[in-house]
Design a protein around this ligand. Sequence first.
Ligand code: F6P
Length: 553
Amino acid sequence: MTASDRVQADRVQAAWAAIGDLARRPRPDGSAPHAIRALFAADPGRFDRFSRRADGLLLDLSKTSLTEEVLAALLALAEAVGLAARRDAMAGGAAINTTERRAVLHMALRAPRSAGFRAEGEDVAAEVEAVLGRMQAFCAAVHDGTLRGATGERFTDVVNIGIGGSDLGPAMVTRALWTPAAPLRAHYLANVDAHAWEAMRPQLDPARTLVLVASKTFTTQETMTNAALVRDWLRGALGEAGANQHFAALSTNLKATAGFGIAPDRVFPFRDWVGGRFSLWSAIGLSVALALGWEGFARLLAGARAMDEHFLAAPLAENLPVLLALAELWHVDGLGYPTRAVLPYDERLARLPAHLQQLEMESLGKRVTLEGAPVGRQTGAVVFGEPGTNAQHSFMQLIHQGTLPVPCDIILIARPDHPHADSHRKLLANGLAQAEALMRGKSAAQVEQEMAAAGTAPEEIARLLPHRVFPGDRPSATLVLPHLDAFTLGQLIALYEHKVFCLGALWHINAFDQWGVELGKQLAGVLLPELEAGAATPGAHDGSTEGLLRALR
Ligand code: F6P
């Protein structure tokens, strides 16, 4: 370790220690480090101090226990780890995904040529532009009917076969933005469970269905199995040559796409500096462009680009992704809150929690540092969520009154796309109320007063009191989008992508590999022939797996 490395390591250690101190000690006014009500009581103007805006998007962190002092300590950690320099290294195309020796350049996919992104020195703009150009031309040909199915019919449906990052982002975006006026219907086939295909098949006419095989590696078992099922279905209806006219591939593995029989002009490539969970903006987004129209996809990229520009330029203390990451670090490592709920108050964002689950948990679920040493602290939070208000009638009970606080991201859309103003007001009232209720809680005195006013007998009040108290001081971050459209959705997704980058840098872990998914894949490979043969290899498994194999037979 060089002398300057030692100085930096000491600064990082000191910053962590300062955060730990703030998280353990009562504040100067005597309130607990996790208290939020006390902060509002002392400073009703807290909203102005702890909310930030970027290009119309508002992030309110005032309903967390962040104080000026805590924020300063968190920002000191960001400075100590060299967050800005790390961000610039990512943007500069350095191989920051060290275990796979790859650059991390999803930002290049949504940047104008003038942004000058380079992957380890190589200019990537021309290639990005060329693929986008081919995608746009392909969409135009499908939409105007120049490109038709084998029987001459126009395509009305597109099936995207992919899983993980090759499914979740596009499926979430299409679900959020699709309307009946859109050019094509999109369907997403991910699970190797063929019930998924059997449920989808009756909705499709092979003569009018275009199929995209979306796989970065083009080796993923689920995707290749489903691609073969769908190919059989198309071949059965249209013959082999006909079926081929219904396929396109989105992949980095051009050898494997050729092996599957997809003509080169139907293959839309991207490069290995695009991680699966960050690949929505690459050729993997083709189903979005086909379903919503090219303009929709272009606006999505523009929204993400706007967030990139904010992330690259705004000072750390004003930078939305940085602040979101610091708040999470305070919750996870400072206060010991290891989970987070994502609550979009918009039915169209129903799949956002699933997308964020992969984005965050596949990225940040790491236990060793970049150098391979134990990380020594809690890293990635467990992320889950559902749209509000449905969540309120499901798991919110635990978040209000369970033993461990669960920070929430509450996402509100100011202006709906339907004419039912009353419904929208109720939706917003509920979203705001959840955040307020979590923070304020309800004291024993309040409960007692309410119950007495309702004429409840004193012994009944005493019996129910502990059950009806809400502890409060439970944190939430509120995001407000003026409207849900392709641009704002692009901003929102990119905000979370950059938050993930920041947490990776703060925790000093590699947020861009995913070795943890490999072992299960390997063992499934061992079990598959045993299921085929109907017998386990003696001694190959533990007693439980052997017992379960017998039971399944
Ligand atoms: O499960 C691991 C993973 O590699 C994800 O990171 C990825 O998004 C998914 O599988 C799909 O991979 P591919 O696009 O290569 O089929």
